[in-house]
Design a protein around this ligand. Structure first.
Ligand code: ZN
Length: 453
């Protein structure tokens, strides 16, 4: 049974990692990759790694909840994450699942705001099967209206399960408050009313698939132990007849925010209080340093080595955890933090303390040595997590999703290395003003009159 890993929102909290030993002079590097493009627009990225007998195969479709522009039709990108496992006439679901199992392959998929990613990993001997069957399902996916309706109900169940988690409910409330026009207003799961109405939209689902599951919207990452010539020929043979051009949706531009927005989620049962704050910030464009700045600013302000973390989590112990919530996005998104507190009475003090640290940064106070440490740590952290073909393929696909460029991971690490104190200060001054932010709190209690949020 496949386990759905839909990410409820683009805001993914990075888990803290231990500090790396000092004195390592030589920085590891991202593995060299080869990028080719088929005449139909399909991008194929191959990376050979010294991992005998092991491969990972990732298909990045640049479609996520961001693409859901039509009112009443949110949730369809995530829906296709599920439906892509329904199979084709050549590879019906049960036959395909048996074939995957008998070869000992791991297979799954995930969806976020900007991407839907399908992946398999395991023995290199299975690569011809993977290429053939993956090419087949992206071109010949078949599902009946009855199957569609069954899956829509499964997704409704997934929504109810997710939303019983206070954190997911909080992210949903935050997105709805922070965005007024852009499709980042809804989470990857979609609005509840739309999911409830989904069983009636079989025809629309087919249109959605035709719009976005096109070769020019896809990038395949093949990482591990393989013979490039053999793999290249197989990819050409099986994907060469995939046709069509992807639809370019008109996604509303989020207007500038001019005043702070606030919200509160009153949770009906006992839970830890939380504070979620996000500032509107620029997209992860390959043309700017903005994504690199935000990837460094997060750990700099809120990471385990930061003064704020040492004060609020380790020192005064008002918080159980503090972390940044930044994730690279294709369009302007949010940069911010999530604090998990022990007691709701400390919410004002925690926010006041964090505000003071941000104000200091905006006033021009940043230690160059500390910035250099965070830059180095951030790069090591990414590179040290590139051990297996699966980890490499996943990191390459996730980095490429917002930009469309398979080399984004390497470029981003280079950008991080070159950031200066001036870059960080200018960014903080421009974007971390109170008028540009949304503050959502969550605590156990009774919803206020007129709604909880
Ligand atoms: Zn799901």
């Amino acid at each position: 049974m496949r386990v759905c890993l839909a990410i409820a929102l683009a805001l993914v909290c990075a888990a803290p990692v231990p500090a790396l030993g000092q004195g390592r002079k030589k920085m590891a590097a991202t593995p060299p990759l080869t990028v080719t493009r088929l005449p139909n627009g399909l991008t194929v990225v191959t990376v050979r790694t010294p991992t005998p007998g092991v491969v990972a195969y990732y298909t990045l479709m640049r479609v996520g909840s961001r693409n859901e522009v039509e009112p009443g039709h949110t949730g369809f990108a995530h829906f296709f994450e599920h439906v892509m496992f329904y199979g084709t006439p050549t590879w019906p679901r049960a036959k395909w699942e048996d074939a995957v199992k008998s070869r000992g392959l791991e297979s799954n998929a995930f969806t976020s705001s900007d991407m839907t990613v399908f992946h398999l990993s395991g023995t290199a001997a299975a690569l011809p099967f993977i290429i053939e069957s993956e090419a087949d399902r992206f071109q010949h996916l078949t599902y009946s209206e009855a199957a569609f309706q069954t899956e829509a109900r499964t997704i409704l169940g997934e929504y109810h399960k997710s939303i019983s988690n206070p954190l997911l409910k909080m992210f949903e409330a935050f997105a709805d408050k922070a965005f007024t026009a852009h499709t980042y207003k809804h989470t990857t799961l979609g609005f509840l009313a739309d999911i409830q109405a989904m069983p009636g939209y079989y025809q629309y689902s087919r249109e959605f698939f035709q719009r976005y599951y096109r070769p020019d919207n896809a990038t395949i990452f093949i990482v591990g132990d393989f013979e490039p010539k053999v793999v290249g020929a197989l990819v050409k043979q099986h994907y060469g007849r995939w046709t069509g051009k992807s639809f370019q949706p008109r996604i509303p531009v989020e207007p500038p925010q001019t005043a702070e927005r606030t919200g509160h989620v009153a949770w009906p049962t006992p839970t830890l209080p939380r504070l979620l704050v996000g500032y509107h910030t620029p997209a992860a464009s390959p043309k700017t340093k903005d994504a690199a700045i935000q990837q460094v600013l997060g750990p700099l302000l809120f990471g385990p080595q930061s003064p704020l973390y040492r004060d609020l989590v380790l020192g005064r112990q008002l918080c159980l955890d503090l972390d940044d919530t930044y994730d690279d996005l294709r369009d302007p998104g949010v940069f911010g933090y999530l604090a998990t507190l022990k007691s709701a009475k400390d919410l004002p003090e925690v926010q006041r303390t964090i505000d003071a640290a941000i104000d200091e940064l905006r006033a021009g106070q940043l230690d160059a040595k500390r910035l250099a440490d965070v830059q180095s740590h951030r790069r090591y952290r990414v590179l040290m997590a590139l051990e297996t073909p699966d980890q490499i393929a996943r990191a390459l696909a996730a980095a490429a999703a917002p930009t469309g460029d398979p080399r984004t991971l390497e470029q981003r690490l280079d950008q991080i290395a070159k950031l200066t104190v001036k870059d960080l200060l200018a960014f903080a001054k421009q974007h971390l003003g109170k008028e540009n932010r949304t503050v959502v709190t969550l605590a156990a209690g009774v919803p206020a009159k007129g709604g909880a949020q």
